[in-house]
Design a protein around this ligand. Sequence first.
Ligand SMILES: Nc1nc2c(c(=O)[nH]1)N[C@H]1C(S)=C(S)[C@@H](COP(=O)(O)OP(=O)(O)OC[C@H]3O[C@@H](n4cnc5c(=O)[nH]c(N)nc54)[C@H](O)[C@@H]3O)O[C@H]1N2
Ligand SMILES: Nc1nc2c(c(=O)[nH]1)N[C@H]1C(S)=C(S)[C@@H](COP(=O)(O)OP(=O)(O)OC[C@H]3O[C@@H](n4cnc5c(=O)[nH]c(N)nc54)[C@H](O)[C@@H]3O)O[C@H]1N2
Ligand code: SF4
Ligand SMILES: [Mo]
Length: 708
Amino acid sequence: MQSEARIFKSVCRACHGGCGTLMHVRDGRLVKVEGDRESPLNHGRLCPIGTVTVDLVNHPDRLKYPQRRLGPRGSGRWQRISWDEALDEIATRLADIRARFGAEAIALGTGTGRHHIRWVSRFGNALGTPNWCEPGFAQCFHPRVNTCLLTFGDFPVCDYTGDTPPACILFWGHNPIHSGPDGETRFAVREALAHRPRTIVVDPRETELAASADLWLRVRPGADDALALAMLNVVIGEKLHDERFVREHTHGFEQLAAHVAQYTPEWAAPITWVPADKIRAAARLFAQTRPGMLEWGCAIEHTPKCIQTVRALSMLPVLTGNVDVPGGWVFGGRAIGKFPSLIENLTPEANAKRLGADRFKLLGGAGADLPAAHIPTLLQAMREGKPYPVKAFLVFGNNTLVTYANSKLVYESLMKLDFMVNADLFMTPTAELADIVLPAAAWPELDQIVGLPTIAANVALAQQKVVQVGECKSDEEIFVALARRMKLPVGTEDVKDVLNAQLRAGGLGYDFDQLAERGFAKAPLKYRRYEGAGFKTPTGKIELYATRLEQLGYAPLPYYEEPPESPLSAPEAAKEFPLVLTTGGRIPFFFNSEHRQIPNLRRARRDPRAEIHPETAARHGIAEGDWMWIETRRGRIRQRAKLTAGIDPRVVSAEHAWWFPDEPGPEYGVWKSNVNVLTDNTPPFDPAMGTYQLRALLCRVAKAEGVA
Ligand SMILES: Nc1nc2c(c(=O)[nH]1)N[C@H]1C(S)=C(S)[C@@H](COP(=O)(O)OP(=O)(O)OC[C@H]3O[C@@H](n4cnc5c(=O)[nH]c(N)nc54)[C@H](O)[C@@H]3O)O[C@H]1N2
Ligand SMILES: Nc1nc2c(c(=O)[nH]1)N[C@H]1C(S)=C(S)[C@@H](COP(=O)(O)OP(=O)(O)OC[C@H]3O[C@@H](n4cnc5c(=O)[nH]c(N)nc54)[C@H](O)[C@@H]3O)O[C@H]1N2
Ligand code: SF4
Ligand SMILES: [Mo]
């Protein structure tokens, strides 16, 4: 007879969100996952990705035990080993590299916003290396965080868990009904939309949000800074700003007003491809419909001029008095104490060695919240040994070959390593390049707390280990085991001790087990905190004129700059590559490079596809569903053409993160449709953040004849 299933509360962590879940476990096996109706973040719902959790956890292709590669790097041949052997070998190799080249020759990598993200840098700090990296710290979300910390003294998020819905939402380079706002869930946005706010969408594609918006601004990819500056010009020029808030709580309004006077809508129209009257209408609608919130996404961070774009955009809610008000932008509560990063373990000399820190101070230096290494500089150190050699790379949940820009250069860099370790749920084209592969626990197989200030502003959540799969270990446990094995001076406590210390410091009054039982805890949200305390910036105000940026040597006021590879900045290249390429619009069925091996999701999107205007397609003899070559100066890939009149005839939008787990290893078709074969990680970089070109590039297309 079958035993009864036990039900545990937990939190889905398959994306950046934190939907409450009920986990059904029978005989030690996960048999069902459903949404928790009590959760304030999803009210019982799950998205397609959350729905297939059982298929993911029990997938036959999961990595279930550690393996050592046989033969040369990339041979595709593997041998099962025990955890003891794996940890011993890693500890010995790392100790050897550290003794010969210094700890900085060991780099750590991780993937986007994962449960263990801060544990990666923590382990690096314990080991004595300043070199860890993550695509998100480089150019997704953290540019927004670091910029806002410097100019607001805090990070604003949209107020979805309060009682007041927004009257206006400005969606900018962000499609959160599929992607989920960073640190939220996509359901919060849908709920806000149910209250019928006015909406403005800034997107080169006609997404569902764009199609139903009051105003859709079909911006040229990469021209967001010009558009934002022109909107500021209108808000200030027409005196639509909140005069009192601006006077009392911002610094540098006069300088900003004088500076943006040059950026008129007529100036911006030919740059942005958005008509001047539409720019005016958008600025007016946002300024006059309060409370309003800005939902901004990673599109603004995927070009080498990210910080000033973020700055310009962040001023729209500020000038219009939408900061720290119900239904507007609010500041995250601190329901969970600060993570013990162990950064104090790094000497000033070690800190100074962080690759890129001297140049990109918002990423790796004095202006960074949690400093990280600059990925292109790190890859160069692997390839060329300059400015010093990087010999080892430990990757915990990042599909480096697929998600970093310029995949061919990434491949060359990884092939030069002496030692590479990869912890993942599945074998990937990246893991195939490792010396040792470790089986990582998926989210239902580990304990963790969720509640960066960015999660729902005021909700703390616990995910709990409900099953054990094979010999999988959580990344956190692997770090602790390695720290103990290497006899590191710090970073050896049990994972739960660290979680409990954080919860104690947060003051919610629950320890981990109590929070796990409840699933989540909500702290009260306080509005207009600045009225008493001001903002935590040098001037005590929101710095429209950024004194900290100026001190660090960066422009204190936002300005316009063309992307380096655009029809305006590179007219010669544009003769050969006449179309503007953007990449990465999120697919509702996959999280970045994940989930291609799950049949129930793959059925919804069998092949990669790129959006193109019917006229442009017709010129090249391309029909709906045809395989189409997309080529840039870096290389060529193919995706299936998706014809849509919603995109500008001069633009192509290709999906990102494609590889094919169903094709033979060790490559798994990684060179076929991977958009990062097309992107660029060579200079110029954003001067403060070091971001590079994942979007806004030049390309050409052709029909791919004779390919299956
Ligand atoms: N051209 C282009 N490139 C892009 C983007 C784009 O829009 N366009 N987007 C960029 C952005 S914003 C980001 S954040 C990055 C994302 O890049 P990545 O972080 O590399 O993306 P993922 O595919 O989500 O995750 C990588 C791996 O983590 C594994 N994994 C999942 N859970 C765990 C776990 O708990 N532990 C371990 N050890 N492994 C786990 C998955 O199986 C997967 O192989 O891509 C970037 N690359
Ligand atoms: N289902 C699902 N959810 C995800 C992910 C996933 O892969 N799948 N990835 C996660 C990650 S790592 C991140 S960072 C977030 C990202 O989530 P979002 O920030 O929503 O990012 P995207 O969907 O890549 O891009 C948002 C929109 O920007 C548009 N866009 C493209 N280029 C430009 C441009 O130059 N300017 C402007 N204004 N718009 C442009 C695209 O057409 C797209 O509709 O989603 C997270 N959530
Ligand atoms: S939105 Fe994110 S957290 Fe919620 S069910 Fe989907 S993948 Fe899980
Ligand atoms: Mo991201």
